[in-house]
Write a protein that binds this ligand. Structure first.
Ligand code: PGA
Length: 352
């Protein structure tokens, strides 16, 4: 038996190698390349956690953008033609934009790594103006964590899901502790595909929100109505229910780590985008609900992303709206030109 000490500065981390072949096996897993096993990548991830750009700054406000424009968007039952604000006033400061790329079950080791490096390079000039996160598949997180670290990038590393226990007999699940261990600082919770394909219920979503926020990570809580709910005028009601249930145990002091992603289910992956007016109307209502739950001042700092077929072509008009503070992207996050253009539009949306 050999004992290998991987890190002198973290004596608790020992790997006990019973057979040399076990090292090869470990290194063959997912993104764990052989060089990774010899490198001090965890330290880099830990240090990155402490870099100011990785945590949400306490002052997340930036000057407001003007609202504008028409957009050839899908309109399956307009919520409003009047584009109401959330009673925060059109001159209110907008929170710092936040764009996330949800890669879903896409990429492989090589293409994921290349995409992460490209995102790090392309968003470097935008670091001061906004936050960017990528949500790769679980198995590539360590590899991409290392790549972001090597690039000195402030791009946040996110996970698409997590489980609600620290450890134990939960086959196939991944804990928050494991995610933190590889440098993850944000987690998607309640994504439409998990709610509607994996049938995750409200209580499960609430528990995940609680776990993510208790761990001090950024929680991106996804909410949104289905098509039949929109056409029957239930959009605000559904968003209200999902917010109130999801944030049932959340405390006002945890809001700096909360991001809400409004993603109408009918718009996700369909090429049908909500009109800027409809998205603004829904998101203004979301902010009003947050204000009722946590107070107006706290609610005004929460970033509310729009998600659902956001593209390089429609991003600027969507994000010009007062309560659209960035986007959560699926398809567009896999194309570096589109993702970059959307990040640039987000950064520009808060320039005077
Ligand atoms: P889409 O996905 O951009 O491909 O519509 C958005 C999401 O699921 O977050």
């Amino acid at each position: 038996m050999r004992i290998v000490v991987l890190r002198a500065f973290r004596p608790s981390l020992l790997i006990v190698v019973h057979k040399p072949v076990a090292v090869g096996g470990l290194c063959g897993l997912g993104g764990l390349g052989s060089e990774l096993c010899e490198r001090d990548w965890l330290r880099c991830g830990d240090a990155a956690f402490l870099r100011p750009g990785w945590a949400l700054p306490s002052d997340m406000t930036t000057p407001s953008a003007s609202t504008s424009g028409s957009n050839p968007s899908f309109n399956p039952g307009s919520n409003s033609g009047s584009n109401p604000g959330s009673n925060f006033g059109s001159g209110a400061h907008k929170p710092r934009p936040f764009v996330g790329g949800n890669w879903k079950m896409n990429t492989d080791r090589a293409s994921g790594l290349a995409l992460a490096k490209a995102v790090a390079a392309a968003t470097k000039p935008l670091e001061e103006a906004m936050d960017v996160a990528i949500f790769p598949p679980f198995v590539y997180l360590p590899l991409i964590s290392q790549a972001l670290c090597d690039a000195g990038s402030k791009v946040m590393l996110g996970a698409q899901d997590c489980y609600i226990a620290e450890k134990g007999a939960f086959t196939g699940e991944v804990s928050i502790g494991m995610l933190k261990d590889v440098g993850v600082s944000a987690v998607l919770v309640g994504h439409s595909e998990r709610r509607h394909i994996m049938h995750e219920g409200d209580d499960f979503v609430t528990a995940k929100v609680d776990f993510v926020l208790a761990a001090g990570l950024t929680c991106v809580l996804c909410i949104g109505e289905k098509l039949e709910q929109r056409v029957t005028g239930q959009t605000d009601h559904i968003n209200e229910l999902q917010l109130e249930r999801g944030l049932k145990h959340t405390k006002v002091e945890q809001l700096s780590k909360l991001v809400v992603a409004y993603e109408p289910v009918w718009a996700i992956g369909t090429g049908k985008t909500a009109t800027p007016q409809d998205a603004q109307s829904a998101q203004a209502h979301i902010r009003t609900v947050l204000a009722e739950m946590f107070g107006k001042e706290a609610a005004s700092t929460v970033r509310i992303q729009y998600g659902g077929s956001m593209t390089a072509a429609n991003a600027a008009t969507l994000m010009a709206e007062q309560d659209i503070n960035g986007g959560l992207l699926g398809g567009a996050s896999l194309k570096i030109e589109d993702f970059t253009a959307i990040c640039q539009a987000a950064a520009a949306s808060v320039k005077a």
